[in-house]
Design a protein around this ligand. Structure first.
Ligand SMILES: C[S@@+](CC[C@H](N)C(=O)[O-])C[C@H]1O[C@@H](n2cnc3c(N)ncnc32)[C@H](O)[C@@H]1O
Length: 436
């Protein structure tokens, strides 16, 4: 083996010469051998006279890596080329995997260099305005190597997280259903009017751009060379430009004017990490009928985050109509056993969406053992797996309402147990024993 060989992993950008970096061009010029997918080779053909060229088919990705490794072992400088950035859905990962599997290491002779390029995502964005000015992510719809349920989960998480989304590999001759399914998932979280740009062959001869809405997306002309950009909830089309606001309007009037009341230049927003908890308390005071689950849904946070915010209050902070204290973790069976002494109880199970189940019972009808909670009698019974409980909070409001709210590890409500009348001193006793 000759240890003078070199592998240059080159991303040459979206396709046109002007969008290629100087380093990418120099790397191709420096190479003895250039390896790539036939279409990529064509795009840089003018740089290839006098070089050994290895053209591979689209599915021969591992072959391309193996060929690069073999040529480098002969002492040659090899450029393995890819469009966009070679590390983004590209050959950099598989090449390193093959090399490491073959016993190569960074200090062992053959040099490897990754040369970055402008991605399809950046190229497409530049052609339609400024869609990526806020948090964004890329999701490939190709299920050739990734299970669809994982892709669907990513779409759901990105949509729920209000990311601008770039869809790579959105559709091919055979894969036509994925874009329809992606649209269906995204429409669960985004308005039908959400702006969408479909950019085909960016910076290439057949460049084509469609400016549409999310509910039109799957009907559009989309192919293997398209990248789809989907705006977030604030993105908009104006004068043919997709704009995603940076957030200045959250702080300043008319973008350049004075800061809104309660906001300060150079400081976190009033809804920032520390401020949002105060804002929540003020909101609850101003809306005396709003329940904690309603507040959680208004602020779009799990119920556990609302409870944590209310429990963490310092004396100097805004008063709160709820008295909240966290229960010591892990002693759920013992804590629940102590609720037996409360007298009449009410158990409530409420899911995020629409269903509420309530059960009135007596303390004697509660059994907590072996990580299971059994509530009720033969005619109506809740069975709850206590292994799912991550945290519990004593929550009281006024003189009448007091109970314990149990949440799972995501902070979502599992169930609530309330003292239904009965002696408040017994409830206080449980807090003294199990409160944190
Ligand atoms: C295997 S990925 C390669 C990604 C590339 N390495 C990058 O950094 O952008 C192929 C996908 O990239 C997108 N793509 C690549 N070149 C493009 C271009 N010139 N215009 C629009 N989309 C492009 C398409 O979504 C295509 O299906």
């Amino acid at each position: 083996m000759n240890d003078k060989g070199k592998i240059l992993l080159v991303g040459f950008g979206p396709g046109s010469e002007e969008q290629m970096t100087l380093r990418a061009r120099a790397a191709i010029e420096e190479a003895d051998v250039v390896i790539g997918y036939a279409t990529y080779i064509k795009l840089v053909e003018h740089l290839l006279p006098g070089k050994e060229v290895v053209r591979k088919g689209m599915t021969e990705e591992i072959d391309r890596c193996m060929a690069a490794w073999e040529q480098a072992r002969l002492g040659k400088t090899v450029a393995l080329i890819s469009s966009g950035d070679i590390g983004v859905y590209g050959m950099a990962g598989p090449t390193y995997e093959i090399l490491l599997q073959s016993g190569w290491s960074p200090g062992s002779g053959i040099q490897v260099e990754v040369i970055p390029g402008s991605t399809a995502l950046n190229a497409a964005a530049s052609l339609v305005g400024a869609p990526l000015t806020h948090d964004f992510c890329a999701i490939s719809l190709s299920d050739l190597l990734t299970p669809w349920p994982q892709i669907a989960r990513r779409l759901q998480a990105a949509a729920r997280g209000n990311f601008v989304i770039a869809l790579y590999n959105p559709k091919s001759g055979r894969r036509t259903g994925q874009i329809i399914e992606a649209q269906r998932i995204l429409l669960q979280y985004r308005a039908p009017s959400t702006p969408v740009a479909i950019v085909k062959s960016a910076y290439r001869q057949r460049q084509h751009i469609q400016r549409v809405r999310l509910d039109q997306m799957s009907q559009c002309d989309i192919g293997m060379l398209s990248t789809v950009l989907i705006g977030n909830a604030d993105s908009y089309w104006r004068e043919g430009l997709m704009i995603t606001p940076r957030g200045y309007r959250n702080k300043y009037q008319d973008l350049t004017g004075d800061a809104h009341e309660g906001e300060q230049a150079g400081r976190s927003l009033s809804l920032g990490l520390e401020g949002w908890q105060n804002t929540l308390r003020e909101h609850l005071l101003a809306h005396p009928r709003e329940t904690l689950p309603e507040a959680a849904s208004r602020f779009d946070v799990p119920l556990g985050a609302v409870l944590g915010a209310l429990a963490n209050r310092g004396d100097e902070e805004a008063p709160c109509r709820f008295r909240v204290r966290q229960a010591a973790a892990g002693k759920w069976s013992k804590l629940l056993e102590s609720c037996k002494t409360w007298g009449p109880l009410r158990a409530t199970v409420q899911n995020r969406n629409a269903v509420t189940a309530r059960l009135a019972l007596d303390g004697a009808e509660l059994r907590a053992d072996n990580d299971q909670l059994l509530l009720g009698n033969g005619s109506g019974r809740f069975q709850i797996d206590l292994a799912a409980v991550d945290a519990a909070w004593f929550v009281a409001q006024g003189e009448q309402q007091r109970g314990i709210q149990f949440v799972d590890r995501y902070g979502d409500s599992l169930f609530q147990l309330s003292q239904d009348g009965g002696d408040p001193a017994l409830y206080q006793k449980t807090i003294q024993r199990f409160g944190r």
